[in-house]
Design a protein around this ligand. Structure first.
Ligand code: G16
Length: 567
């Protein structure tokens, strides 16, 4: 098949790059004000098509800006395995996005084709699945991405419509395994595995905590996930969702005082929740449904003040890790009577390595719980699912979560193959682990499958949300953000726990941390917003707040802060 370079240049010329903008592939793709993105998504479409040809498999592209305001948009690219675009290709994405015009773009594309040894021929046929969230700018941007895909010889764009980001990841993975890449198949997969796990519950008469309940109120962030939760609900008999903030008239805007990012950062009710929801089990997902947090409220009494209780990604991870550990423990007890600490010797397989992956945002109490209570190995990576996912895939069972609620459980294919061959053992824990691997999205963090997993584990344990919250007490922490002129001016090292540039900033942080008992703080430039994020932890809430404020002041002073100065 001949590449029609003239046609390519013509297609690219319809999407001129805005001048004066340096596009940068961030934590999860490109993200910016939607009005500036047409050239970038066209080019991302070209890149997804090249990646498809290079891997001889389908790839994916989602138009979304996730937790950002509705006026922003962005593009996330999906690799054939269902994970995020291989990091090795990110420089290609930057070079394409920043090519000055269609001629420069053509040269960049020719270079990528050569470097990646991409062959074109009659037999070459790539495929890119495209989807978008509910943002108003989504339709036009998806059309631009689709034209980018079609501009590459031998590659077909397939518009999958409005989906959550994890659904599209799941579908790319399914398609490349010759399974139906449809929404119907996604729901039936998740709900069937949930039913299997319900049936495999060890003791259906397990004493339930008086406050344990199968009903749950979910804040849908006024985004795509809310619509999809309602579809999933139809297939679940024993789990009731009440979904609020579905984007209906009068419910407010996307991510506007709602959604997992808001709830986690503010530790406050999203819109349309209030004190009348005291003691109810509540959850919040983000704008493209790849993050999940839980929360509940306790009203004040004569002897105690009211509390807003957040169960973030760390607590979800701890709950999942406990469940996985228990299943392995029973497998070992059944088979060999060996204890589990980091690795578990299972007859016929050898050491099963279980690990939990976190980032520097993980609350210190969660790390302690995982290591000391559960005896599990914990690894630290930089922020970004792409890093956590890669690390987690080194384990036989890798559990990864960011504190912001983005995460999943990965099962190594060889370990699953081993479990499948042991079906005849008749051990329920084998069937449970297999069902979990079907239910929890293996491609990326997925709020919908995360909810099912949380609910099934609570059901097994007979726990209320309070019982779950009590597994450990979070150390008081505070997150702030500071707007800076150029976020690239801050550089970090050691999984983002130390600033290397400007060096005076790290010295100032160290000095502030030294003033507070149990203090810990770090700063890092966001890869999704034009800000620097500040995290602080200390033994009391007031000292954590004070430490965060002090560090924010130094960021503003030493890293080019703009706008109002932190006090
Ligand atoms: C994306 C990434 C997450 C990351 C988050 C915030 O999430 O997938 O891994 O934690 O951005 O990144 P940053 O702190 O660099 O702004 P989402 O849900 O916004 O796509």
């Amino acid at each position: 098949m001949e590449w029609d370079w003239e046609g390519f240049r013509h297609a690219a010329a319809a999407f001129p790059k805005p001048s004066g903008i340096d596009f940068s592939y961030g934590t999860a793709g490109f993200r910016l004000d939607a009005s500036l993105l047409a050239s970038t998504v066209f080019r991302a479409g070209v890149l997804a098509a090249l990646r498809s040809l290079s891997m001889k498999s389908a790839t994916g592209l989602v138009i979304t800006a996730s937790h950002n305001p509705a006026s922003d948009n962005g593009v996330k690219l999906v690799d054939p395995g269902g994970g995020m675009l291989a990091m090795r290709w990110e420089p290609h994405a930057n070079a394409m996005a920043n090519a000055s015009d269609e001629h420069a773009l053509t040269e960049v594309v020719r270079k990528i084709i050569k470097e990646e040894s991409i062959a074109f021929g009659d037999e070459s046929c790539g495929k890119v699945l495209l989807a978008r969230d509910t943002r108003p700018s989504g339709q036009i941007l998806l059309a631009a991405a689709s034209q980018g895909v079609a501009a590459v010889a031998g590659v077909a764009p397939v518009d999958m419509g409005i989906l959550t980001t994890p659904q599209l990841h799941w579908m790319v993975c399914a398609l490349n395994k010759d399974q139906p890449a449809t929404e119907v198949n996604y729901y039936s997969h998740l709900s069937q595995a949930f039913r299997t796990l319900e049936q495999l519950r060890p003791d259906k008469s397990v004493r339930r905590s008086s406050l344990a309940s199968e009903s749950i109120i979910i804040d849908g962030a006024n985004g795509v996930g809310a619509l999809k939760l309602l579809q999933l609900q139809e297939l679940l008999e024993n789990l009731q969702f009440e979904v609020r903030n579905c984007g209906r008239a009068g419910e407010g805007g996307l991510n506007d005082g709602v959604g997992a990012d808001f709830v986690q950062k503010e530790k406050a009710f999203p819109r349309n929740f209030d004190k009348s929801d005291a003691l109810k089990k509540c959850a919040s997902i983000d704008g493209d449904a790849d993050r999940l947090v839980y929360f509940y409220f306790i009203s004040s009494t004569i002897s105690s003040p009211s509390t807003f209780n957040l169960l973030d990604g760390d607590k979800i991870s701890a709950l999942f890790a406990r469940f996985i550990r228990n299943q392995l423990q029973s497998l070992v007890e059944d088979v060999e009577e060996k204890p589990i600490i980091t690795t578990t010797l299972v007859a016929g397989y050898g050491d099963v390595r279980v690990g939990v992956v976190q980032t520097a945002y993980a609350n210190g109490a969660s790390t302690k719980y995982l290591q000391q209570e559960l005896g599990l190995e914990v690894s630290l990576t930089s922020t970004g699912v792409k890093y956590l996912h890669e690390k987690a895939s080194e384990y036989d069972i890798g559990i990864y979560f960011e504190a912001n609620g983005h995460g999943t459980i990965l099962f190594r294919e060889e370990f699953l193959a081993f479990l499948r061959t042991k079906h005849m053992w008749g051990k329920p824990s084998i069937h449970r682990l297999l069902a979990v691997s079907e239910m929890i999205n293996q491609a990326v963090g997925d709020a919908l499958s995360g909810i099912l997993m949380v609910e099934i584990v609570l059901m097994y344990l007979g726990w209320s949300i309070q019982d779950w919250n009590d597994i450990y007490a979070d150390l008081p922490s505070k997150q702030l953000k500071v707007k800076v002129a150029n976020r690239a001016a801050i550089r970090t090292t050691a999984s983002e726990t130390k600033v290397v540039y400007p060096s005076e900033l790290q010295k100032a942080i160290d000095t502030e941390v030294g003033k507070y008992d149990g203090g810990r703080s770090f700063v890092r430039p966001s890869g999704t917003e034009d800000i620097v994020r500040i995290y602080a932890e200390a033994t009391t809430q007031s000292t954590a707040d004070a430490l965060a404020q002090a560090v924010a002041f130094h960021v503003y002073r030493l890293a080019g802060g703009v706008g109002p100065q932190p006090s």
